[in-house]
Design a protein around this ligand. Structure first.
Ligand code: GDG
Length: 478
């Protein structure tokens, strides 16, 4: 339940329609179920109070039911052909926008046919939303999520002119000179600007957006959180850092299943300090750079080879995309090289690599086990793993260290308690890893406590409440 925030629904008098790339459901042996995730948990009380719906791609599942257990929203699936998935999802979303918005960590592919499919698929989403709007007596709030749907607010404005419309971007918004490279930048920005409120994780991404709009379009003025457009409309551009359900993770920390898993892990890694990485296998997460820093640390500190272990959980992701297949090969080659170089006869390997997701209790047990949590993305919108780690550690009285890349949204919030690193600086990061092991216990514990407190006071319920309040405020006008 919300911590310091009154019910998010308090500011919302109308039904809510969430529009996201995917529906928040998964198919299990027991049938369809609500997927685990902070957004779904945080929206549950809102939708229970106001009624609502969720529109999203069904990911080629068999026909998704209108309702599933644990989710009080009507589900409306957008079904896509394999060509549409290739052009919209794998193509324009994940090979053009994703690398461009993550500061060109790899080169974006510019392909006109993908762009056309991306626009067409956005129109398909708009058609489905139009049917949902038609089911309601009053215009619902329409809340669009993420980079797969940048042109959608403008399409929805035509579908439901009287609806409050919000947009939230879950990834970074890059500086103007990067956005300017996109041949279709004007259409994307106009698409976003049709919303009443546009949300970003940090003030830096918000400022990048405002500067981009001002550099590319004339006659746009910015006053506080409001942009005045030449056609007389006003749009809010706001920073609302996404977060987690802190109470849920605090409970998970000391759950009996977590304790059982932890006891096994402590036995497995007895006598060693554990470094941990938990990421989707994505080139933005800096896994290769992290491994290189580990390798250098082991090279320069032979005494550590028997005393530390590095566990990397790499959750398979987008494995139909070429860059992700190449990344997997590079990461696995690096793991093999480190273990080949530094495993000592009769001793365990230094790097434990899991190419799979683990159940949530097991994840919480790893968070508790870690002496140093290595979150070293080259670029990351927010990074929820950082928030989960400090919450679990604090709730269980642990005293680990959070090594955190300065290029994550979370870095802004965890200043100065995380050990801040530049993941491109392999040598500097390896020295920070080494020195993280020497921090005093009380200092570590206090830092974890302060970071967990900041997550608790700014949890995902607060994020939903702030987003919905700004959508209403933007709709009401200045
Ligand atoms: C995007 C943006 C932004 C991970 N491994 C396992 C597992 N996970 C869960 C974590 C966490 C989630 O996946 C990952 O969230 P992140 O925020 O770290 O990263 P992205 O997936 O890239 O998310 C990001 C986010 O959107 C929200 O706006 O913060 O910047 O890139 O919740 O717990 N869960 C389980 N097993 C695993 O092995 N059960």
């Amino acid at each position: 339940m919300p911590t310091d925030t009154s019910s998010p629904a308090a500011s919302l008098r109308r039904p809510l329609v969430v529009v996201a790339n995917r529906l928040p459901v998964k198919q299990t042996e027991r049938g369809w179920e609500a997927a685990a995730g902070g957004l779904v948990t945080a929206l549950r009380p809102v939708i229970e109070e106001t009624g609502g719906a969720w529109v999203g791609w069904d990911d080629a599942g068999e026909s998704v039911p209108r309702r599933v257990d644990g989710l009080p929203a009507d589900l409306h699936a957008v079904t896509l052909t394999p060509e549409e998935v290739a052009g919209h999802y794998h193509g324009f979303s994940n090979r053009t926008l994703w690398p461009l918005f993550h500061d060109l960590v790899v080169q974006p592919v510019i392909d006109r046919s993908w762009w056309h499919t991306y626009e067409d698929v956005n129109r398909r989403f708009a058609d489905t939303v139009a049917k949902v709007v038609g089911d309601h007596d009053e215009p619902p709030v329409l809340w669009v999520q993420d980079y797969h749907l940048l042109p959608l607010p403008e399409m929805l404005r035509r579908v439901s002119p009287a609806s409050p419309i919000g947009f939230f971007l879950h990834i970074p918004f890059p500086p103007p000179e990067l956005v300017a490279r996109l041949p279709w930048r004007d259409q994307l920005l106009h698409g976003m600007l049709a919303a009443d409120s546009i949300g970003f994780h940090t003030t830096r991404y918000r400022d990048n957006f405002v500067r981009t709009v001002q550099q590319l379009f004339s006659g746009v003025t910015s006053l506080g959180d409001t942009l005045a457009l030449p056609d007389g409309r006003h749009v809010r551009a706001v920073a609302h850092p996404i977060s987690i359900d802190a109470d849920e993770f605090a409970q998970l920390a000391t759950d009996p299943e977590t304790e059982r898993d932890l006891a096994e892990l402590r036995e497995q890694f007895a006598g060693r300090r554990v470094f941990l990485g938990v990421d989707r296998l994505d080139y933005t997460k800096g896994i290769r750079h992290r491994l290189q820093s580990i390798e250098l640390m082991l090279e320069e500190n032979p005494d550590l080879r028997r005393e530390v272990a590095f566990v990397q959980i790499a959750v398979p992701s987008r494995d139909d995309v070429q860059e992700y297949q190449e990344l997997r090969t590079e990461v696995e080659t690096e793991v093999g090289r480190i273990n080949g170089r530094f495993t000592e006869p009769g001793h365990d390997v230094p790097v434990h690599y899991l190419y799979r997701g683990v159940p949530r209790h097991h994840l919480a047990a790893y968070y508790r086990l870690a002496d140093v949590m290595c979150i070293t993305p080259l670029k990351d919108g927010m990074n929820l793993v950082a928030k989960e780690f400090v919450t679990v550690q604090a709730a269980a009285g642990e005293a680990g260290v959070l090594l955190l890349s300065e290029f994550t949204g979370a870095a802004q919030e965890f200043e100065p308690d995380a050990v801040r690193c530049n993941p491109f600086d392999i040598e500097g990061t390896s020295h920070l890893m080494r020195s993280a092991l020497t921090l005093e216990h009380d200092d570590r514990r206090e830092r974890i406590g302060r970071m967990a407190e900041s997550v608790r006071s700014c949890d995902v319920f607060r994020w939903v409440a702030d987003e919905l309040a700004d959508i209403e405020r933007g709709h009401a006008g200045p």
